[in-house]
Design a protein around this ligand. Structure first.
Ligand code: 5GP
Ligand code: MG
Length: 176
């Protein structure tokens, strides 16, 4: 198997800084913006984005997380069924500009399930999607508003996003 580094630590940092600027630009600042990361990688990335946004704007945006569990029984199917697990959103989404965050976007089924779960938490003004890596192979009409890096992959490949013991992203590697 071969491993190709797609983003090193500073590459990730630059991508998340750019995404933070793009989120602020699209939403004309951080008023009413909240971040919701998908456990676990997406939640770590959401926290990094919130720190970036705080450095840029001097104010903190609320960060929540949502857990979409992949049923193991269905793991080998081409279209895995996903269920909603633990959600940790300690604020109302009513009227908010919700930015959903994940580490890797693949078929889009996780995002579909997350959208469903978010709707149970009030009625957001809008929902946008930020991902560190878009690896293609969408099976649903879902696309990201903010993308760190588009990585064309084969179905056999895996995108490994590693985090250190403080849950900070370290590097992104394409494994063939
Ligand atoms: P989807 O539901 O879009 O098929 O898959 C996205 C979810 O599965 C994300 O939460 C992501 O963490 C995980 N995922 C899918 N493909 C990969 C991959 O190649 N690498 C990593 N690290 N996660 C992936
Ligand atoms: Mg995930």
């Amino acid at each position: 198997s071969t491993q190709t580094v797609i983003l090193d630590n500073s590459g990730i940092r630059r991508a998340l800084t750019r995404i933070s600027h793009e989120i602020l630009e699209k939403n004309k600042g951080l008023a009413d913006v909240v971040l919701v990361g998908i456990q676990s990688g997406g939640a770590y990335i959401a926290r990094e984005i919130s720190l970036c946004m705080e450095i840029i704007e001097g104010e903190r945006v609320p960060v929540g997380s949502i857990d979409i569990t992949l049923y193991r029984d269905d793991f080998k199917q081409q279209a895995p069924h996903k269920s909603v697990g633990k959600t940790d959103i300690s604020f109302s989404l009513e009227g908010k500009r919700v930015v959903l965050v994940d580490d890797v976007l693949f078929t889009g089924r996780t995002i579909r399930a997350a959208l469903d779960a978010l709707m149970d938490h009030g009625r957001p003004c809008c929902i946008q999607l930020a991902v560190l890596i878009d690896r293609g192979h969408r099976e649903l009409p879902i696309r990201a508003d903010f993308v760190g890096r588009n990585v064309p992959t084969s179905l056999k490949e895996n995108v490994a996003v590693s985090f250190d013991d403080q849950q900070q992203p370290v590097e992104v590697v394409l494994e063939k």
